[in-house]
Design a binder for this molecule. Structure first.
Ligand SMILES: NC(=O)c1ccc[n+]([C@@H]2O[C@H](COP(=O)([O-])OP(=O)(O)OC[C@H]3O[C@@H](n4cnc5c(N)ncnc54)[C@H](O)[C@@H]3O)[C@@H](O)[C@H]2O)c1
Ligand SMILES: O=C(O)C(=O)C[C@]1(C(=O)O)C=C[C@@H](O)C=C1
Length: 291
C-alpha cells in the first residue's frame, strides 16, 4: 500500500486527539500544513504556539476547500453540526474522517449530512487517550503501539480507507476494521462502562459527608480506579448518550454482578467470594498477557 502524504490536513477540534494526530503526522513527515478549526481562541492559540497547527481558520467553511483530509476530533455530540457545516464546502477529492469514541451515531450523521460525500467518509476511532484534554495534552507519541479501529461502510472508497489507514499507521498505530455496531458493543464494555463507573464512584465519595477525610486517606488503589473520572465531562456525556443502548445493557449486567457480590459478603460466604475474585484475577492477568 502506498504511504499517504498530505499537503493540507484540517483538524476540527484541536484537543488531545486531534492535536496528537497532527503532531504525529508532522513528526513522521507525512503532512506539509495543518490548519486548526476550534471553539475557543485560547486553545487554538496554544495549538499554534506549540506547533500542533500551522494556521488557524475562522470557520470550517474557510478551511475545508483546500483540505486533502479533514479530521473531526470534537466531542461526538458536535458531529452532526460539524458535518452540516462541512458538506457544502467539500470538493470531490477531500477525505473526511473522525476520531469519535462511538461509531453508529457518527455513521448515521454521515449518512444524513454527508450523503453526497459518503464514499469519502472513513469512520475511525483510536483506542488511545488519557484523562487530560485540550491542545496542551497532545503528544506525538500518543498512538504508538495502540489500536485504531476503522468502521468503513459498504460505500467507502477503498482508496480513501487506505489513505486513512496509512495515516494512522504513520502515527505508530495498528489498524483493524470492525462493523460500527460491533465496535459500539465492545467499547461499551471496555471503555464506556468503566468511565461511567469511575464517575459514579468518584461522585459517591466526593459528595459523602466525610469526603475530606476519605480523600485524605485515598491510596493508589483508589487513584487507579478513579483516574479516568478526571476526564472531560462533555466528551463522556456525549459518548454515554450516543451509545446508550449498549451501555444500559451493561449497566444492568453490572448491577446484577454487584448484587451477587453483595449477597456473598452479606452471607459471609468466603469460599464463593474467593472463587469469584480468583476468576476475576485470572481474567485481569489475561489482559496483561494480551497487551
Ligand atoms: N480522550 C480520549 O481518551 C479519546 C480517545 C479516543 C477518541 N476520543 C474522541 O476524540 C474526540 C476528541 O476528544 P479529545 O479527548 O481530543 O477532547 P478534547 O476536549 O481534548 O478536544 C476536543 C476539542 O474540540 C473542540 N470543540 C468542541 N466543539 C467544537 C466545535 N463545534 N467546533 C470545533 N471545535 C470544537 C474543543 O474546544 C476541544 O479543543 C471525541 O470525539 C472523543 O470521543 C477521545
Ligand atoms: O486512558 C484513558 O484515559 C482513556 O480513557 C482512553 C480511552 C479508553 O481506553 O477508554 C478513552 C476513550 C476512548 O474512546 C479510547 C480510549
Amino acid at each position: 500500500m502506498r504511504e499517504a502524504r498530505l499537503k493540507t490536513l484540517v483538524v476540527v477540534g484541536v484537543g488531545l486527539i486531534g492535536g496528537s494526530f497532527a503532531l504525529a503526522l508532522k513528526a513522521a513527515g507525512r503532512v506539509d500544513r495543518v490548519v486548526g478549526v476550534g471553539r475557543t481562541r485560547e486553545n487554538l492559540q496554544h495549538a499554534l504556539d506549540a506547533g500542533l497547527v500551522d494556521e488557524v481558520a475562522e470557520s470550517l467553511a474557510c478551511a475545508a476547500p483546500g483540505a486533502d483530509v479533514v479530521l473531526l476530533a470534537a466531542p461526538v455530540g458536535q458531529t452532526g453540526r460539524l458535518m452540516a457545516q462541512l458538506a457544502p464546502c467539500l470538493n470531490g477529492r477531500t477525505i473526511v474522517t473522525d476520531a469519535g469514541s462511538t461509531k453508529q451515531d457518527v455513521v448515521a450523521m454521515a449518512r444524513t449530512f454527508l450523503s453526497m460525500h459518503i464514499a469519502r467518509f472513513v469512520p475511525a476511532h483510536p483506542i488511545a487517550g488519557m484523562e487530560r484534554s485540550g491542545a496542551a495534552a497532545a503528544t506525538a507519541e500518543l498512538y504508538r503501539g495502540r489500536t485504531v479501529v476503522l468502521t468503513p461502510l459498504p460505500e467507502t472508497d477503498p482508496a480513501a480507507r487506505d489513505t486513512v489507514r496509512s495515516l494512522w499507521e504513520a502515527c505508530g498505530a495498528q489498524v483493524v476494521e470492525m462493523a460500527p455496531d460491533h465496535h459500539d458493543r465492545v467499547l461499551a464494555a471496555v471503555s464506556h462502562l468503566p468511565h461511567l463507573l469511575a464517575f459514579a464512584l468518584m461522585d459517591l465519595v466526593g459528595r459523602h459527608a466525610e469526603a475530606e477525610t476519605f480523600l485524605r486517606f485515598a491510596g493508589s488503589g483508589f487513584r487507579d480506579v478513579t483516574r479516568i473520572a478526571a476526564s472531560s465531562p462533555e466528551m463522556w456525556r456525549d459518548i454515554c448518550l450516543a451509545n446508550r443502548e449498549a451501555l444500559l445493557a451493561l449497566v444492568d449486567a453490572y448491577c446484577a454482578e454487584l448484587d451477587e457480590v453483595r449477597d456473598l459478603v452479606a452471607q459471609g460466604d468466603g469460599e464463593a467470594l474467593a472463587r469469584l475474585f480468583a476468576r476475576a484475577r485470572q481474567a485481569r492477568q489475561r489482559l496483561d498477557q494480551e497487551a
